[in-house]
Write a protein that binds this ligand. Structure first.
Ligand code: PAF
Length: 286
């Protein structure tokens, strides 16, 4: 299997026009490259459900709050194209920054409320950058369906809300988080962890599971659940919990009482690596 690598928007336009004329549905998997098994799951879902899969690979400068983070982001393009081809993607769209931002960008997408808490509170401008580039990609590719990982639940909620509120004609598909045997969610950031840090990284999932158990046991007070789950991080060297919160799954706003499905989300630093994770929890039926 080969995948066609396209870097220019006008070339992609021509190719996608003929795919649309042939009546084939287009699936988009937006990524920043450095692809791993978690992305593989997104591509697999797109290949199953649509007839022509486009994987975009673009390290989006406007979503990074730290310039150094943007510069050191890995860009293994050749390996990524081979990865996409092996999974059955037909097109890899890997534009340059000048192709996406040919002049100073003056229009941005702000998704209020949904993007303000959790990671949004610690990474100013991040979700504005994400929503803006994703809307650009939607307009460039015009996919029937676009695939995003549950691992980035706030990003998914922001993109879903943007698409609904702005009537973007695309179906947003959520793909469940892929985990290592100890529960650690796949992420390109896991590569930055040394062996000792890698063991500690599993604390995030342990904390989320503690929250899930406490909720399933009938605890309705969100603060009590947060206290219990956050305690998992106590006493570990080199680990710092940034937030652990219980939020409404659509608005991503903190809740006091747990009366229906909730998203438990956390971010923690392990050494100099920031990890995030989340799970959807349902209270017991009683
Ligand atoms: O999740 C990512 O990789 C990025 O935030 C995305 C959605 C490709 C936008 O740049």
């Amino acid at each position: 299997m080969t995948a066609r690598l396209i870097q220019a928007i006008h070339e992609l336009d021509g190719v996608l026009d003929s795919i649309r004329k042939a009546g084939r549905s287009i699936g988009l998997v937006p990524t920043m490259g450095a692809l791993h098994a978690g992305h593989g799951r997104l591509i697999d879902a797109a290949v199953r459900e649509t007839e022509c899969v486009v994987v975009s690979i673009f390290v989006n400068p406007i979503q990074f709050d730290q310039r150094s983070d943007f510069e050191r982001y890995p860009r293994p393009l050749e390996a990524d194209v081979a990865f996409c081809a092996a999974r059955g993607a037909e097109i890899v769209f890997a534009p340059s920054a000048d192709e996406i931002y040919p002049r100073a960008q003056r229009a941005f997408v702000d998704v209020e409320v949904v993007s303000e808490g959790l990671c949004g509170a610690f990474r100013p401008g991040h979700f504005r950058g994400v929503a803006t580039v994703v809307l650009k990609l939607f307009n460039i590719v015009r996919p029937a369906r676009a695939y995003f990982g549950e691992k980035d639940a706030q990003q998914l909620a922001v993109i879903r809300r943007m698409s609904e509120d702005l009537n973007v004609p695309v179906e947003i598909v959520e793909v469940p988080t892929l985990r290592e045997p100890d529960g650690l969610a796949f992420s390109s950031r896991n590569n930055h962890l040394n062996a000792a840090q890698r063991v500690k990284a599993a604390l995030l999932y342990r904390a989320l599971q503690t929250a899930a158990r406490t909720i399933a046991d009938g605890e309705k007070d969100a603060r009590a659940v947060v206290r219990e789950a956050s305690a998992i991080f106590n006493g570990w060297e080199d680990v710092r919990l940034e937030y652990l919160e219980i939020v409404d799954p659509d608005e991503m706003q903190p809740l006091n009482r747990i009366d229906g499905p909730v998203r438990v989300a956390c971010a923690a630093w392990v050494g100099s690596t920031r990890l995030i994770d989340n799970i959807l929890c349902k209270p017991s039926a009683s």
